[in-house]
Design a protein around this ligand. Structure first.
Ligand code: UGY
Ligand code: MN
Length: 237
């Protein structure tokens, strides 16, 4: 199929689906023994940058003045003085060095901090899908939401783990002011985005612009799992 110029990747005015067959790798400044696939960035109209970093043992991400959230998909990382495993994540108020000690794949989200008067900037923290408390989405036990960022106005974004039992779906077609960056981690299903219904599977990335109509239903015999970013706790400006 690829030879005939076919792909599920699709760009529309209100969303972008990127499938692994179309990923293009390039280094970012300061990276050592590492490369990046930039999925979403201000060039797309997003107010954040999201990329997958692929690191060799001993590889590292460069410094940044932006706040940085990392979620480990595969491998082993050292962040500050802690080792993290797949399913664990870390937040740094400004990107300090993050190093890999095994071949690793990391989801990275970077965003300029939106200050709120009277609210201090947050410190670094560590979290994991396993340690997060699951909340059924609108009371539906087939859809579990696990917040990976503390519930505090200090944070100008949220990242949630969402798992869907086979057949589980978002209860409504959502359309909201927040934008999303989403990485499918396991399983798959059908994602409605705007006027398109996309089959999606583990490894796919989706950007949803503000107000993009969105709905998902997990299809298959195993649960679907995705990690989803949204802007949060701030006025729309
Ligand atoms: O948090 C959310 O807006 C989430 N329910 N959206 C989504 O899964 N597309
Ligand atoms: Mn949403």
């Amino acid at each position: 199929m690829k030879e005939l110029g076919s792909t599920r990747s699709c760009q529309q005015p209100n969303h972008l689906l990127l499938t692994p067959d179309t990923f293009v790798r390039a280094p970012l400044p300061g990276m050592q023994k590492a490369t990046a696939i930039v999925h979403a960035s201000p060039r797309l109209g997003a107010r954040f940058t999201q990329y997958s970093a692929e690191l060799e043992p001993g590889g590292s991400l460069g410094e940044t003045s932006l706040q940085r959230f990392v979620y480990l998909l595969e491998g082993a990382l050292r962040v500050l003085d802690r080792d993290i495993e797949p399913g664990e994540c870390a937040y740094l108020p400004a990107g300090n060095g993050i190093a890999a000690f095994a071949t690793s794949r990391v989801l990275v989200i970077e965003k300029p901090y939106q200050h709120l008067p009277g609210v201090t900037r947050p410190d670094s923290f560590f979290a994991s899908v396993e340690r997060a408390t699951p909340q059924p989405l609108m009371g539906d036990p087939a859809v579990q939401v696990r917040p990976l960022v503390p519930d505090s106005p200090q944070f100008d974004f949220a990242v949630n783990s969402m798992t869907f039992e086979p057949g589980g779906s978002l209860p409504i077609v959502e359309s909201h002011v927040m934008e999303h960056g989403l990485m499918m981690v396991a399983g798959g299903g059908i994602y409605r985005l705007g006027d398109c219904w996309h089959p999606v599977t583990a490894g796919d990335f989706i950007y949803m612009a503000p107000y993009c109509p969105q709905w998902f239903c997990a299809v298959g015999k195993t649960p679907a799992h995705y990690i989803i970013y949204k802007d949060w706790n701030r006025h729309a400006d």
